[in-house]
Design a protein around this ligand. Structure first.
Ligand SMILES: Cc1cc2nc3c(=O)[nH]c(=O)nc-3n(C[C@H](O)[C@H](O)[C@H](O)COP(=O)(O)OP(=O)(O)OC[C@H]3O[C@@H](n4cnc5c(N)ncnc54)[C@H](O)[C@@H]3O)c2cc1C
Length: 416
């Protein structure tokens, strides 16, 4: 039976960061990913812009995983660095962002996991966990070789849905107090846009065009969202789908509806938006990006108030200034609330559970209230949570202590 010191389930922004960090700390690490590439939503759903920096971080951190990703992207021509954008076109909602080419990012992450010595299993799905005495004793995986069990001293759940934690019986929540989820979006890309002409379209004109598109049943958001990438292609986040990942038939229908939506949206742009007259739709995400799924209820549940008040924890492992950003279920608008102190922190206790001693959560499935989740879910934060998970796994093994009993102060000293 395959045995590793650290097993990471899910190779998205959080999972690859966790695996690279654990391997670099000298731990024998396995990364299991059901698709054939790493990056998860960042690459597969073609999100194309990293958000989640903390105020004052107008320079990329000088070391660590975010630095490595940006260096790799820049060297390969996949990013031109940090820019400022305004959420909902609102001048009070400026945030720092790194636009990137999602296909270049796949390569960059491949290089990082290979350099770190992570063993990667693609085309392999984690289908359940075996537990005994509050500990994961094995992970069941499925691929073309059949169903097997792999064992790990520490397991990191970076599956987006918290699937490992759920199969261990950890409690979870999904959606707001009524179980309502944020909409999902299928990202798409358009080529041959006259960017100079498009850049001259004012915010007011964008909103008027969006209102026209909504009235005609061709658009689903109250703004025009199309931003250029280094290749000159524009990427767009304008479709809106109600998706519950726990209803797979409905989810499947929604994937088809998402493709219908982006055909309609891109046609509207070609016919109505200055600069798009000779453009065409060239690519879309492999799947519709989900903003919501399960949130595992861990040792500490990060609250809305923690975020708004910028509460600093003794075991803080990540910080960010990204606001609470909830896309309304009507699909059209967003609710955006900035932290009062400009920055908020996430404690390590939100990454571990009472139930399972050798399990660490990474990425958007960590323990948070609905509103708090709406600001931790962005990718710079997910990478930070991955880095924290990988480091925590290594520290727990070095100290011979349970992952859910590790003193997070040690992590804070190293990470913040
Ligand atoms: C439409 C949309 C727009 C967004 N816009 C932005 C933005 O502009 N900027 C930003 O920073 N963030 C944005 N986000 C948020 C961000 O993209 C995600 O929250 C983040 O990428 C989640 O990272 P993750 O590592 O937790 O999960 P993921 O990146 O989804 O990674 C999970 C990985 O686990 C794998 N997996 C899942 N289950 C299993 C299993 N059982 N076995 C094996 N593998 C498994 C998946 O294939 C995937 O690779 C957006 C999200 C959406 C949906």
């Amino acid at each position: 039976m395959l045995h590793y010191e650290v097993i990471v389930a899910g190779g998205g922004t959080a999972g690859f960061a966790a695996a690279v960090t654990a391997a670099k700390a000298g731990k024998k690490t396995l990364l299991i990913e059901e698709k054939a590439y790493l990056g998860g939503t960042a690459t597969g759903a073609q999100i194309c812009q990293f958000l989640g920096f903390a105020n004052g971080e107008d320079q990329i951190p000088q070391k660590g995983i975010i630095r490595a990703v940006l260096d790799g992207l820049t060297a390969a021509g996949g990013s031109k660095g940090i820019e400022q954008i305004y959420l909902s076109g609102n001048k009070d909602l400026g945030v720092l962002v790194i636009p990137y080419e999602s296909d270049v990012l796949k390569d960059v992450i491949d290089n990082l996991v290979c350099e770190a010595g992570v063993d990667v299993l693609f085309h392999t799905r984690v289908i359940g966990a075996e537990t005994s005495d509050g500990k994961i004793t094995g992970l069941r995986i499925h691929n073309e070789e059949g169903i097997q069990t792999v064992t790990g001293d520490i397991v990191i759940d970076a599956t987006f849905h918290g699937s490992v934690a759920v199969s261990c019986g950890c409690p979870w929540k999904m959606g707001d107090e009524n179980g309502v989820l944020q909409p999902g979006s299928l990202i798409y890309k358009m080529m041959n846009v006259d960017q100079e002409r498009y850049a001259k379209v004012s915010q007011k004109e964008k909103e008027e065009l969006a209102a026209k598109g909504i009235a005609e049943g061709c658009l689903y958001v109250n703004n025009l969202l199309a931003r250029p990438l280094p290749s000159g292609v524009l990427y767009s986040n304008m479709s809106r789908l109600e998706i519950n990942p726990l209803d797979t038939f409905a989810w499947s229908k929604a994937e088809m509806e998402a493709r219908r939506q982006i055909r309609k949206i891109s046609r509207f742009f070609i016919e109505n938006v200055p600069g798009f007259e000779h453009s065409f739709l060239v690519a879309s995400g492999d799947f519709t990006g989900l903003r919501d799924s399960r949130r595992i209820m861990g040792k500490y549940v990060l609250t809305n108030e923690d975020v708004l008040e910028g509460r600093l924890f003794e075991d803080a492992v990540a910080k960010s200034s990204y606001p609470i950003d909830i896309h309304d279920t009507d699909g059209v608008s967003s609710r955006v609330v900035k932290p009062n102190t400009g920055v908020f922190y996430i404690p390590y206790r939100s990454q571990v559970t009472d139930e399972i001693s050798n399990l660490i959560l990474a990425g958007r499935c960590i323990s948070a209230e609905y509103e708090a989740h709406a600001c931790i879910r962005v990718m710079i934060t997910c990478m930070r949570l991955g880095e924290a998970a990988g480091l925590a796994a290594a520290e727990s093994l070095n100290q011979g202590c349970a992952a859910n009993e590790l003193d997070g102060k040690i992590l804070k000293e190293k990470l913040l």
